[in-house]
Design a protein around this ligand. Sequence first.
Ligand code: UDP
Length: 247
Amino acid sequence: MSPPRIFLLGAPLDPVTQTEALAMIRGFLQGEKQRHVMTPNNEMLVEATHHENFRQLLNGTDLNIPDSTGLLWMARLTGQRLPERVTGVDTVTALCASLTEETPVFLLGAKPGIAEAAAAALFRKNPHLKVVDCFAGSPREEDAVTIVNMIRAAAPRLLLVAFGAPAQDLWIAKYLKEFPSVRVAIGVGGTFDFLAGKVKRAPGFMRSIGLEWLWRLIREPRRIGRIWRAVVVFPLLVLRYGKNAPH
Ligand code: UDP
């Protein structure tokens, strides 16, 4: 049984530790139902305030792991608690380190060649991991038939989708039912870029004091708009609306 979800700006988050999140996903992989796991961060919750479909999607998933430190701070500010930050990249790394041939994996998204490099990095840590296929693809409608056919042919049990938010999760919600073999689909954001070594993660001390955004701003200044929404707009919205969706 998972603990009750907490809410920020009308979007639910699961107050789970990394260990608990992994146990839940492993349980989902054994089950019969199809599950959608999201990795929300500050920007995604801002997006949900003006994107009704996306907010509904967040409310309908099976697990929303709190991917950013800002979520922990804002939870506390609103009298709620998230035990720890649970990132998509750490979750995927730990999950794939323990999977066997019985849980084939498909990596979809990121720039050409990145998913393959991420798969190679995961395979180095776990030679029992079975990656059935990788494909960059895109969330565009005209690419859907090709992707659906590839995934159906590969028949994975775990589907990792890296199209960025909100596209990746809207894509999963639309197409998951087309893949009867898939038990768990996760929107993983920049996870493949990190695993492939294309994007370097912030040093541990910066992550621990919640300054990962500053690291990313220095290394990728073009993200300024997103970082503004994450570190300025998001806290202001939470101060004003707390647990509730702005109306
Ligand atoms: N991406 C993609 N197709 C798109 C948009 C994004 O494959 O149309 C990929 C992008 O290459 C990256 C991932 O989605 O690997 C996540 O992008 P971003 O860095 O924006 O996400 P974040 O990690 O910040 O959630």
